[in-house]
Design a protein around this ligand. Structure first.
Ligand code: ACO
Length: 329
């Protein structure tokens, strides 16, 4: 008997890129009223990368995309869709996705940005995989890229120590596989949420339609922390329940890298052992929309994540927005 096949989006390759300049906590403490001890104890962050001259969200995104295409063995010319998640685009318009398209030398494709701050990659992944499932695209680049260093208030020690710059990318391709998710690979399930009542807890105090300036990041850290742990546990349970999975089925949790305490609290709530959580926040700090694909690429390249592994990706960010996705790699 032949089994019905259904179309899914499969991760064919991953890539990432970081700015040239790495800044440790000790270096930061030379200009900001802080200490390595405070930052490590409260956040787990030890270093971050800061974009310099000539490095922008689009250039980092294009570098990450090139590496993802190379690891997938797919030519840039085959890409029909670029979805770039960012809250720090090169320009208000046009989209940084179109800049990436030009940098990659792709003559014609669909290209646009998605803005959901730190959850941006989950939102972008969901849009791209929906377009692949519907037949609107067959090969897609999904990128998370940020240069948060350019919207930080370096006088505000409560926020400027937390963030870094970088980019991560995946190549998605269409694949017809078994209908039963237990036997299939690719993106198996995604849940997204937003609650716009919390704008005042995490926002940028500028914008084209208000002040006419770019603005700086503002955050009420304690309240964000509280919402993050509750929302992430909720969406993780939802996405696992949809596939009748438990945390015991997960090979790797690839979380948004906001800070080590949120990661620990989320893993504990899920009953997941810390050695199944990919952690890069110590080296990259919070790179917003870049953090999930960046962590994914690090763990693929160092050999922890291998083909066939069941992954759960999750993120939460300003808005608030949050989401999770179950992927068989
Ligand atoms: N160095 C030294 N001292 C500092 C620093 C710093 N960099 N920043 C703040 N402090 C001081 C404060 O001034 C305060 O001093 P006081 O008691 O004399 O007034 C003290 O440290 C405690 O400040 P809090 O803001 O209450 O510190 P808290 O324990 O809440 O930790 C933190 C702050 C790390 C931001 C925490 O609230 C947090 O992790 N929140 C989550 C926010 C987050 O991750 N946001 C990322 C974006 S959203 C997302 O990605 C999920």
């Amino acid at each position: 008997m032949t089994q019905d096949l259904i179309r899914r989006a499969v991760i064919a390759g991953t890539g990432s890129a970081l700015p040239r300049r790495r800044v440790t906590n000790a270096e930061l403490a030379e200009t900001v009223d802080t200490t390595d001890e405070w930052i490590v104890e409260r956040t787990g962050i030890r270093a971050r990368y800061i974009a310099g001259d000539g490095e922008t969200t689009a250039t980092l995104a294009a570098d990450a995309a090139r590496r993802a295409l190379e690891s997938a063995g797919i030519a840039a010319a085959s890409v029909g869709l670029i979805v770039l998640a960012t809250a720090t685009p090169d320009q208000t318009f046009p989209s940084s996705a179109t800049k990436v398209q030009a940098l990659l030398g792709i003559d014609d494709c669909v290209a646009f940005d998605v803005q959901a701050v730190c959850s941006g990659f989950l939102y972008a992944l969901s849009v791209a995989e929906s377009m692949i499932r519907s037949g609107a695209a067959t090969t897609a680049l999904v990128i998370g890229a940020e240069t948060f260093s350019r919207i930080l208030d370096w006088e505000d020690r409560g926020t400027c120590v937390l963030f870094g710059d970088g980019a991560g990318a995946v190549v998605l391709t269409a694949e017809d596989g078994p209908a039963d998710p237990a036997q299939a690979r690719g993106v198996l399930s995604t849940r997204l949420h937003a609650d716009g009542r919390h704008n005042d807890l995490l926002y940028v105090d500028g914008g084209p339609s208000t002040t006419g300036t770019v603005g700086k990041l503002r955050m009420k850290g304690r309240e964000v922390f509280r919402h993050a742990v509750v929302n992430l546990a909720g969406v993780l349970n939802e996405v696992l329940a949809e596939l009748e999975l438990t945390s015991a089925d997960i090979d790797w949790l690839v979380p948004h890298q906001a800070n080590a305490r949120i990661l620990d609290a989320t893993a504990r709530k899920l009953g997941l052992s810390p050695d199944r959580v990919i952690v890069t926040v110590d080296q990259h700090a919070n790179t917003s929309a870049a953090s999930v694909p960046l962590a994914l690429d690090v763990a693929v390249r160092d050999g922890r994540i291998t083909r066939g592994d069941l992954l759960v990706l999750e993120a939460m960010g300003g808005g608030f927005t949050w989401g999770a996705s179950v992927v068989r790699f």
